[in-house]
Design a protein around this ligand. Structure first.
Ligand SMILES: [Zn+2]
Length: 323
């Protein structure tokens, strides 16, 4: 133990970090022990808040201030940490242009669902924790030259699960997009349908896709952005039907998780299975865009998708000139 104590003293940066936060801890003989997948997830909590965060990929310690300035991506390896929907919103839109829709809409406990805790008590806890009424923020905003109907999900609210409120808010957003003849951008992150609302959750899959079909009929673009993780009922509905589907690097995307698939099929899964990069290689995703390039890329894609729509007069003039 004394050797390890001396060793830890030679690392001044580690002074602010709990021993628990170091892989394997500072226990004798445990330093070289390899962590199993997912084993260290609970340890992040032990790092004092407001100082450092350890990168989940390269293990580098990053100043929280630097991490915030870098939109919660690792300054050393580019690993994408979870980010709140509000912080993401600010990084994407023209400052002060967001007109939020249905901000106060909250779920009711139709099924009187009680598991370990009752559904209303869970809702209350997450509303307090996140400051949001449910797992999605929707509204109309300006992104450079484009007016956009924008929806952003928040994984920290009950795992970004889709209940009646997420479905209804997104449907109203898409309908506002159709009515206002503007593109829709939805940034997803979700563990799937919300089990506390049973069938009411599953109905949201058809409802959101129905609204998107009307939006598509009006020849308006819809861009779906998949962030870590986007799975299950959300991936099986609005997240996978974008005119363009883009993803953040390293995001896990799929219907059932890899462990479930492995257990069900009893087959060895290929390396990188269900990552954004894996799906990009197989044509499921159109582009992988790092978070700090997302705004510029979205504006670029919207320029491309709305060519000939925003300036019909200019197009007619050009046609006339050519003939
Ligand atoms: Zn890193």
């Amino acid at each position: 133990m004394s050797d390890l104590d001396d060793f830890s003293k030679t690392l001044p940066k580690l002074e602010t970090v709990d021993a628990e936060a170091i892989p394997g801890g500072l226990e004798p003989g445990s330093g070289s022990a390899k962590l199993k997948f997912g084993e260290n997830t609970g340890r992040k909590k032990n790092i004092p808040k407001g100082l450092w965060t350890k990168c989940g990929k390269c293990s580098e310690l990053i100043f929280d201030k630097d991490l915030d300035e870098n939109l919660k991506t690792c300054t050393s390896c580019g690993y994408h940490f979870p980010i709140s929907a509000r912080a993401r919103l600010e990084s994407l839109i023209d400052e002060g242009s967001f007109k939020e829709m249905d901000a106060g809409m909250a779920s009711v406990d139709v099924l009187k669902f009680t598991g370990v805790a009752s559904y209303p008590s869970k809702l209350e806890r997450y509303q307090e924790k996140t400051g949001e009424s449910d797992a999605v923020i929707t509204g109309v905003c300006q992104m450079g030259p484009h007016k956009v109907a924008l929806g952003i999900m928040d994984f920290s609210f009950l795992g970004g699960s889709m209940g009646s409120v997420v479905g209804e808010k997104l449907t109203r957003l898409i309908e506002a997009g159709t009515k206002g003849k503007i593109p829709v951008v939805i940034i997803s992150t979700s563990g799937g349908a919300r089990m506390y609302e049973g069938m009411f959750s599953l109905m949201q899959m058809a409802k959101t896709c129905g609204a998107l079909a009307y939006h598509a009929d009006a020849k308006l673009p819809y861009i779906s952005v998949l962030t870590h993780p986007t799975t299950a009922g959300v991936m099986a509905s609005y997240a996978s039907v974008g005119d363009l589907i883009i993803a953040e690097p390293g995001a896990m995307i799929g219907f059932a998780g890899p462990r479930v698939i492995k257990d069900t099929t009893q087959a060895e899964l290929p390396p990188g299975f269900q990552t954004a990069e894996f799906l990009m290689d197989r044509g499921m995703i159109d582009a992988i865009v790092p978070r700090n390039e997302m705004r510029d890329s979205l504006i670029g894609y919207l320029d491309f998708l709305s060519t000939g729509k925003t300036k019909p007069k200019a197009r007619r003039a050009a046609k006339k000139k050519a003939s």
